[in-house]
Ligand binder design. Structure first.
Ligand code: FAD
Length: 627
């Protein structure tokens, strides 16, 4: 991490110097009003809090921080995102790591008990440099809240404030009018906002206000969820386990952080109008009894229940995630957005809900910041719904298939005609679906922010529209081994990774063009007086071992002078790690080199030849405003 740029800073380097804008208690006009402080609302808030000149406010109807419960699975992709916020180390230290998953089924000749039918690596080798982990949603939210408090905005949610109405009018700058009501009664307050984002969960009021509905399966599926401290002789209690008993039902065991706590998801089946009241009234003792039946012949002695809930959810989705179409069906600029459970709900089985919700917010956050800072035109905001709605649609399709598979009865080998799923089939499906559950299956199609694959062959493993799959490199100036992707923080900047050609000449020419040519995106889109890398952060990777390269021979663009003292940034140039060449790992053409353009949310926007100057200009022209 970099600090001391504008003077020596004593104390915690994560505590950013406070910006000039301190959040007033009740501003009557804000740039962004975020409704809800769940995972989606807090990722968005943490992203916007980095920008001292964007006035953001978060309202939450709860009285304070979430203490317990709800989701707990953190996909590899989410850990990658957390790393960009500087939160991954804390998360990885505290979390349970899902290294392996075990499958248990009835024996062919003893249908009343269960036995282990398989044990697989949870995440395919090489899918991400980070593991799949488990930590309480409340802690995830704590990390984000802490990051917001240390940000230049020192942002904290306003608790006990419920959004009761949203309207949009013709106000020239702040057309969104939100009505907020204090939990303790009192007068409703009205806040004007340039943009409002409803991160207000599955029963979203913002969704209703923009005329959207969750559509999809009529039926909900119910799970009894309990976080317990228990004594058991079930041997895989510290593994993630999918259990299908012959007649007592299905259960998923998820070990939790801290070494002792375990979450048990007991399948309570489909909810209908007839059984809803009974299912909702399921008591903790009933859940424990069901878990004991499923685990038979193993014993389960629950000593303490930390959290218990009946979680009822259907697979549903809204048609769009913004208000870009008015009540009369006419197109307009979007000003109100929804994210997370407000626009899509998933089953708990594939652990998607919290992860996808946070990725929605990460997609929207940098776009809002770019528009509010005058770096990008407001047309950029239409891409949020255009990109994220289809992702949610695909995930819901996957979630349905996954839920059907995981919820199916085990096939009885002595009675195959009775149907059910074969254990080997289920295990194979689990492995195949790993890209989805790891969160790395998202692939944005060509569009305004993702180029065509004309030059994809120059970097076969860095696929346009997917997230940058990081790989090891050595930082040139200090010889530090690190991951290339970890050089990028969640600061709203675009990145251009330039991989050197065999002679290095095309890379040098690119650096010269970017730094000096008035048509280059660096020159055109960087505001006068701003640091050279403040919009497009260029990083270069060389093919030679780092000791064969000389810092003093780097192009000026890779040693930019920054901040009030004009200090040199030495962290722009990298060399291959000979033990694990990024060129080989990511299929980069070592003869020609390549430039890989990456968006602030870590997704690859384009792959271009090193001399593709005109193509780079044409691609970025509509994304940025010339300064
Ligand atoms: P949420 O986490 O729902 O956050 C919405 C926030 O908005 C809440 O803090 C809410 O208080 C606030 N809010 C709502 N309306 C207003 C308003 N009008 N004004 C102000 N604030 C408002 N997922 C799993 O994978 N496994 C589970 O076991 C599981 N259990 C769950 C149990 C419960 C009780 C709930 C509600 C959800 C559960 N989920 C579970 C789902 C998972 O928590 C969500 O997918 C995830 O939290 C979605 O994040 P979000 O930020 O979109 O919404």
């Amino acid at each position: 991490m970099q600090f001391h740029l504008n003077g020596f800073q004593a104390g915690d380097p994560e505590l950013h110097p406070a910006g000039q804008t301190q959040l007033p208690i009740q501003p009557d006009a804000v740039d962004v009003l975020i409704v809800g402080s769940g995972p989606a609302g807090l990722v968005l808030a943490a992203q916007l809090a980095c920008f001292p000149n964007i006035l953001t406010r978060v309202v939450e109807r709860r009285g304070g921080r979430l203490q317990l419960g709800q989701a707990d699975g953190i996909a590899c992709r989410t850990v990658e995102m957390f790393n960009a916020f500087g939160l991954a180390e804390k998360l990885l230290r505290e979390a349970y790591w899902v290294n392996e998953t075990a499958f248990w089924r009835p024996q062919a000749d003893a249908r009343q008990g269960i036995h282990r039918t398989g044990r697989v690596q949870d995440t395919e080798e090489g899918l991400s440099e980070f593991p799949h982990v488990i930590v309480n949603q409340a802690r995830i939210q704590d990390y984000l809240l802490d990051s917001m408090l240390k940000s230049p905005q020192r942002l904290a949610p306003d608790y006990n404030l419920e959004l009761t109405d949203v309207a949009r009018d013709s106000h020239p700058t702040h057309p969104v009018l939100a009505t907020l009501t204090h939990a303790d009664g009192g007068q409703a307050v009205q806040v004007r906002a340039r943009y409002l984002v409803g991160c207000d969960g599955a029963r979203s009021k913002v969704r209703a206000a923009i005329g959207q509905q969750l559509r999809g399966d009529a039926a909900n599926h119910a799970w009894g969820v309990m976080d317990v401290l228990a004594v058991t002789d079930f041997p895989d209690i510290r593994l993630k386990v999918a259990i299908q008993s012959a007649s007592a039902g299905n259960m998923i065991i998820i070990p939790r952080e801290g070494g002792h706590l375990v979450r048990m998801y007991v399948d309570l089946g489909e909810v209908t109008e007839h059984n809803r009241t009974a299912i909702k009234a399921t008591r903790p003792e009933q859940l424990i009894a069901a878990a004991q039946r499923i685990l038979h012949p193993y014993a389960l002695d629950v000593k303490s229940i930390a959290w218990c809930s009946v979680y009822e959810v259907g697979q549903r989705l809204t048609d769009r995630f913004d208000d870009a179409v008015d009540g009369a069906g006419a197109a307009r600029e979007p000003r109100v957005f929804i994210a997370g459970d407000a626009c899509h709900t998933h089953s708990a089985k594939a652990g998607q809900g919290m992860n996808v919700s946070m990725q929605d917010a990460f997609n929207l956050g940098w776009k809002l910041a770019a528009v509010l800072q005058g770096r990008s035109p407001s047309s950029l905001l239409a891409s949020y719904s255009q990109e994220r709605q289809p992702v949610a649609q695909t995930l819901i399709g996957f979630d349905k298939e996954w839920s059907a598979m995981m919820g199916a009865r085990p096939k009885d080998p002595l009675n195959p005609a009775a149907g059910g799923v074969d254990p080997a089939e289920l295990q194979a499906y689990f492995v195949k679906a790993g890209r989805y559950t790891a969160g790395v299956a998202t692939h944005y199609p060509p569009g305004p922010l993702t180029g065509q694959g004309t030059w994809q062959g120059l970097a076969r493993g860095l696929v346009i529209g997917t997230r940058l799959h990081s790989a090891p490199v050595i930082r040139l100036a200090d010889g530090r081994p690190m991951h290339l992707g970890h050089a990028a923080t969640a600061d709203g900047r675009w990145r251009l990774y330039a991989f050197a050609d065999a002679s290095g000449q095309a890379l040098n020419a690119l650096c010269h063009y970017l730094e000096h040519d008035p048509a280059s995106p660096v020159r055109r889109f960087t505001a006068p007086g701003a640091d050279l890398d403040s919009v497009l952060d260029v990083r270069a990777v060389y093919q030679q071992p780092h000791r064969e390269l000389k810092v003093e021979q780097l192009p000026g663009l890779l040693l930019p002078r920054k901040g009030c003292f004009g200090l040199i940034d030495y962290e722009k140039a990298f060399a291959v790690d000979p033990a694990s060449s990024i060129y080989q790992q990511r299929g980069i053409d070592a003869q020609q080199g390549v430039m890989v353009l990456v968006r602030p949310d870590q997704y690859i926007a384009h792959v271009l030849p090193l001399d593709g100057y005109r193509e780079l200009e044409a691609f970025l022209q509509p994304v940025f405003i010339a300064q």
